[in-house]
Design a protein around this ligand. Structure first.
Ligand code: UDP
Length: 445
């Protein structure tokens, strides 16, 4: 049998975790895999999905055992309920396929669901863990897990291989001493492949160090092809959304604004700011005197101060969700005020947009440190002693990026990271090769 035939008969299942920040990278990775020839099935739970378009891959729904996740539900509770029901339905799905001519050879699963490795092993499939966070953050968890970094920290700083010295505020919040849940990476010892949504030049030393410990590969950034290498023609957006949006009105509004004149503000799909913080942000935006587009999810709208919308209607647009990639790629956008979720960070780097970092928790704090001090593509808003980012500070950061000399330097740096992202996913680039080698190794395994 020729290689082409063998490839097309190879079936890869990709199991993704049901939150927007996890759907997007795994869907994109599935498309990249499918472009190399194998049959790819994206396995998704029955959460509400808008805009389901994923033409080159098959989609299978498995039961998550509950209706759409409620925003106030604790992540740990949701993950546990999800684990119990989804592992059972995943096993049934794999068994169903093994009775057909499309038996799956490998399960790629989100590292948020380490239990999937056990399901794969039990049913005779190889497993590959997919990380939707940076390699640097994973190295921190890994070192804690190996006992090389003890928590809570003694003193205020942590010094780690190939990383800047990190203060307590820069570490992922899950290990800052408030939580003991640091064992999630023990499953890595039994995994054959470990994939990271990052690219070699972005995190070169960290990736090299991690590669000396475990079999890792950088395959990102998982941004749709038409924004980077332009090789996959119908790959323009993520296509699977958990939120309703009115894309046209956002873009029409941006079309009326001058080049680089708009601050785009978004905190992703999960972060939730208190009323006081929302007010500081609102008044900081107003004081900065720039145009802004602010994503406030429907459930948070009541925290917008009264009068704000009327007072700023000439300069601002508040939307409940937007096509973020299209917005970041729009020439009117001059900077991105972001919570530094990993996808948002990678998207800004891939589209060459400088950032203002307002991280909240999890990996966002570490990403913010890298944005400011390692990649030098943004500034981080300094919180006051109560942890609030005040309006004066927000205004100052906006002015620094939109008007200051340092802003120009960061735009230039952001453009450089964009070029390196393009290079990584284009034929011959590091991520391109890593995906090809991954498919070849699956064929030979
Ligand atoms: N996003 C979007 N529209 C919005 C806000 C966010 O499409 O109005 C997308 C964004 O492009 C990114 C994802 O939602 O791919 C958010 O992921 P991230 O890791 O940045 O944050 P999380 O939601 O996981 O905190």
């Amino acid at each position: 049998m020729k290689r082409g035939e063998r490839v097309s008969e190879t079936h890869i299942m990709v199991l993704r975790y049901p939150s927007q920040g996890h759907i997007n990278p795994m869907l994109q990775f599935s498309r990249r895999l499918a472009s190399k020839g194998p049959r790819v099935t994206l396995v998704i739970p029955t959460a509400s999905i808008y805009n389901a378009q994923a033409s080159s891959i098959n989609i299978e729904i498995i039961c998550e055992g509950l209706e759409k996740r409620k925003e106030e539900e604790r992540t740990e509770d949701y993950v546990e309920r999800f684990r119990m029901v989804a592992s059972q339905s995943l096993a049934e799905l794999i068994e169903k396929h093994s009775r057909s001519s499309h038996s799956a050879k490998i399960l790629v699963y989100d590292s948020f669901m380490p239990w999937a490795q056990d399901v794969a092993t039990r049913l005779g499939l190889d497993g590959a863990a997919f990380f939707t966070q940076s390699c640097a953050v994973s190295v921190i968890y890994y070192l804690v897990n190996q006992g090389a970094l003890n928590m809570p920290l003694e003193g205020e700083v942590a010094s780690m291989p190939w990383m800047p010295v990190l203060c307590i505020n820069d570490l992922p919040s899950i290990i800052d001493g408030k939580s003991s849940d640091t064992t999630a990476l023990s499953f890595l010892l039994k995994v054959k492949w470990i994939l990271f949504n990052t690219y070699d030049k972005l995190e070169d030393e960290v990736i090299n160090w991690m590669a000396s410990q475990r079999p890792i590969r950088a395959i990102g950034p998982t941004v749709p092809s038409m924004y980077l290498d332009k090789m996959l023609e119908d790959d323009r957006d993520y296509g699977l959304s958990l939120f309703k949006q009115n894309a046209d009105s956002c873009i029409t509004w941006l079309d009326t604004k001058g080049s680089g004149s708009v601050v785009y503000v978004s905190f992703g799909s999960m972060a939730s700011q208190g009323k006081e913080q929302m007010e500081e942000l609102a008044w900081g935006l107003r004081k900065s005197n720039t145009h802004f587009m602010w994503v406030v999810r429907e459930s948070k709208e009541k925290k917008i101060p009264s009068n704000f919308l009327e007072e700023t209607s000439e300069r601002g647009l508040v939307v409940s969700w937007c096509p973020q990639l299209e917005v970041l790629a729009h020439k009117a956008v001059g900077c991105f005020l972001t919570h530094c979720g990993w996808n948002s960070t990678l998207e800004a780097l891939s589209l060459g947009v400088p950032m203002i970092a307002m991280p909240q928790f999890l990996d966002q704090t570490t990403n913010a440190r890298f944005v400011e001090d390692v990649w030098r593509v943004g500034v981080r808003v300094k919180a006051d002693e109560k942890g609030i980012d005040k309006k004066e500070e927000i205004e100052m950061c906006i002015r620094e990026i939109m008007e200051g000399e340092r802003g120009n330097e960061m735009k230039t740096n952001a453009q450089r990271w964009r070029e390196l992202a393009k290079e990584a996913v284009t034929e011959g680039g590091s991520s391109f090769k890593n995906i090809e080698e991954f498919v070849t190794e699956i064929l030979c395994s």
